[in-house]
Design a protein around this ligand. Structure first.
Ligand code: DX5
Ligand code: ZN
Length: 214
């Protein structure tokens, strides 16, 4: 069953609590939080204090996507707060195995995120250790960007590698997901679809989420 993870990047931050309640009532499976540091990506969002406040009111699992140059500074704290999914970017982490081990030792679902231009092969040695891989289908940094179809081939390739060495691996796709590409993504092998502007661009979040599932 495909999981829908709602990225709050394009939610109304003047009324975030209300937005989160609406997302839960709309039956999203996961709350996806995009942490940006203005360094790894050219945009700045929020950090630990806001994540904690969101986690405290969320009734659905929280997924933290760390688009930051120093993700190691966040991992233990996120784990201690009971964040369910955490992803770190292959492009910035020098010691992937070490940081993934920190997450796994604390029972967090550990993931590596790959930018559109980063090949799957770069994470093959560590694939058996991972709970999920986040494949970016836009260049990270902003919500509301155009979907990059190159991700289909990467999903299929990753699914093939995972079949023999990590069949439980979940594949998460993030960026520009909408009703026009959702079913093709699932068919290719995506397990978790992240969607932001497609959901928040409507007044009926439930309808949007349902359209991604079907
Ligand atoms: C991009 C973020 C995404 C993205 C999702 O850097 O990681 O989570 O904003 O939003 P949409 O669905 O608007 O692309
Ligand atoms: Zn994201």
């Amino acid at each position: 069953m495909t999981k829908i993870a709602t990225s709050i990047l394009t939610a109304n931050f003047n009324n975030l609590q209300q937005e989160i309640l609406k997302i839960q009532n709309a039956e999203a499976d996961i709350l996806h939080l995009d942490v940006m540091d203005g360094h790894f990506v050219p945009n700045l969002t929020f950090g630990l204090p806001i994540i904690k406040q969101i986690k405290d009111i969320s009734k659905i699992p929280v997924d933290v996507h760390l688009m930051v140059s120093n993700p190691q500074n966040y991992l233990e704290t996120l784990a201690d707060w009971g964040i369910k999914y955490v992803s770190i970017h292959q492009e910035v982490v020098h010691h992937l195995h070490r940081q993934i081990s920190v997450l796994k030792s604390k029972k967090v679902k550990a993931g590596i995120a790959l930018n559109p231009a980063t090949p799957i092969e770069t994470i093959l040695p560590i694939l058996p250790e991972l709970d999920f891989v986040l494949l970016m289908s836009v260049n990270p940094g902003f919500g509301g960007q155009k979907f990059l179809p190159l991700v289909y081939k990467k999903i299929i390739e990753l699914k093939n590698f995972a079949a023999s060495i990590n069949p439980d691996l979940e594949i998460e796709v993030d960026g520009g997901v909408n009703k026009d590409n959702a079913s093709k993504l699932v068919k290719a092998g995506a397990d978790i679809l992240v969607s932001g502007s497609y959901i928040f661009g409507s007044t009926d979040y439930k309808k949007q989420i349902l359209s991604l599932r079907t």
